[in-house]
Design a protein around this ligand. Structure first.
Ligand code: FE2
Ligand code: FE2
Length: 259
């Protein structure tokens, strides 16, 4: 896949730049804002976990993983700085995510943090799978933005088992802990999106915050059947199964198989 040119200017990001749909655009912007925060936690935790690993195949995979995640963060930070120009500031909910990650760094052991990172990577792979299934139907007004999201999704899917294998070397967690981890991440993600998406809608359209929240609820209700068929809730909780492994539980997309 050709690299995304960091030096190239990104196109106009005002209004609805994905599918001419302001809700989908606001959702992608919220995801982009939270990405560097999560990836910073991921990179630091994996680098710490890697320090005690002898030279082996997993160590090489972790190094490649760290390079990819650092590159994702750089791209999203650049993209977010452009979004910042349109939105004026960053969305609410980011402070909550930062506080949770700070608490995890301060109070949790390395093996617990590796479990959280393995679960975050599982979320990233499952959502990337959903995104890539719909990619052919997506129309981006900004080609750079489309390229960035597609590249990120493909790389998340390709490196889906690296942190799971590393966390397993440190300490294998039981089913209850893994299920609790998925539940906590899911709740935190829903709270973040509920705070960030209506706010982005409000800033992008100039409508009041309550009107933006109402319009989001209306959109969700209108598309509830489609959302129900696409929401990968059961896939997220496969993380807690005894026989779970990312390579077996998440299928690659057709284009990855042909590479
Ligand atoms: Fe990433
Ligand atoms: Fe990742």
């Amino acid at each position: 896949m050709p690299p995304v040119d960091l030096a190239a200017p990104l196109e106009d990001l005002s209004g609805a730049w994905c599918n001419s749909d302001i809700v989908v655009t606001s959702l992608l912007e919220a995801i982009s804002f939270v990405t560097p925060e999560l990836e910073d936690f991921v990179v630091r935790t994996v680098a710490e976990g890697l320090a005690t690993q002898p030279e082996c195949d997993l160590r090489q995979r972790c190094r490649a993983f760290l390079r990819e995640e650092s590159s994702h963060s750089r791209l999203h930070r650049k993209f977010n700085s452009l979004l910042h120009e349109y939105l004026g500031t960053t969305p609410p909910g980011l402070g909550l995510v930062r506080a949770l990650l700070r608490g995890a760094r301060r109070y949790l052991s390395l093996s617990s943090r590796l479990l959280i990172v393995a679960a975050l990577e599982h979320f990233a792979a499952v959502l990337s799978r959903v995104y890539l299934r719909q990619e052919s139907g997506c129309v981006f007004r900004s080609a750079s933005a489309g390229e960035m999201f597609a590249r990120h999704a493909r790389e998340e899917l390709a490196h889906r088992s690296v942190v799971y294998d590393l966390s397993f070397r440190h300490k294998a967690a039981g089913r209850m802990r893994r299920a609790a981890c998925v539940l906590v991440i899911l709740l935190a993600a829903l709270v973040f999106l509920w705070l960030a998406v209506p706010w982005i809608l409000h800033r992008k359209t100039g409508t009041g915050l309550s009107a933006a929240a109402f319009s989001l609820c209306h959109d969700l209700a209108k598309n509830r059947r489609y959302i129900k068929t696409q929401a990968p809730l059961d896939q997220l909780f496969t993380f807690a199964r005894n026989d779970f492994h990312p390579d077996r539980s998440i299928e690659p997309v057709a284009s990855d198989l042909s590479e």
